[in-house]
Write a protein that binds this ligand. Structure first.
Ligand SMILES: Cc1cc2nc3c(=O)[nH]c(=O)nc-3n(C[C@H](O)[C@H](O)[C@H](O)COP(=O)(O)O)c2cc1C
Length: 175
């Protein structure tokens, strides 16, 4: 049986610097991984060459140009790490990055989408964030946020918890 196709959306937060760990785990569970990254993820966190070597596919950050690889239809979608910014914009219907545009379409198509946020307690306590998580859940998206899922950390401690970011929950939720 051929591998299932996973779209992995990567936003600009600390765990993005460890994204190859997620790719390797997904591959070991039979997923072929196609990455879509936001501009912030690329600017601050992701080594594109390393990621392309790991996945065997181009990392998409913008609309396809002539000669770019086209993406097969996904069997599952993970957004990890999902930022405050992308969660709020997605829930509000804003589509000003390629990643947000694709998420908007995938949401409308009803593809299975799992979101693993990475936000500190200050960001998570904002009413707008709480509202956005609820909005995405209402749209049928699985947001792994809360007890036993992603639990926000105190501000300025994100770098200390990269080792325990629960990537595996996202893959489990797809199965
Ligand atoms: C070093 C660094 C760490 C950051 N950590 C986080 C974070 O943990 N969570 C978050 O939501 N945003 C974090 N940000 C801010 C986002 O990168 C910023 O909001 C950006 O606009 C997100 O864009 P994106 O959602 O398109 O990836 C961080 C930024 C930098 C430079």
């Amino acid at each position: 049986m051929s591998d299932r196709v996973l779209y992995l959306f990567i936003c600009g937060a600390g765990p993005a610097s460890r994204i190859v760990e997620m790719v390797t785990s997904a591959q070991s569970e039979g997923w072929s991984v196609y990455c879509i990254a936001t501009p912030a993820a690329i600017e601050y966190f992701v080594d594109i060459q390393e990621l392309e070597n790991a996945t065997g596919h181009q990392v998409r950050t913008a609309y396809r140009k002539p000669g770019d690889e086209s993406l097969p239809r996904p069997d599952g979608v993970v957004v990890a790490p999902a930022t405050y910014n992308t969660i709020n914009k997605w829930a509000a219907g804003i589509s000003d990055t390629y990643a947000l545009n694709q998420l908007a379409e995938l949401t409308g198509l009803g593809v299975k989408i799992v979101v693993l946020p990475f936000v500190n307690r200050a960001l998570a306590a904002n009413r707008v964030f709480v509202r956005s998580v609820e909005e995405l859940r209402q749209a049928g998206i699985r947001v792994l946020f809360g007890p036993g899922e992603f639990e926000p950390h105190p501000p300025r401690t994100g770098g200390e918890i990269l080792d325990i970011y629960p990537w595996s929950l996202a893959l489990d939720a797809l199965n």
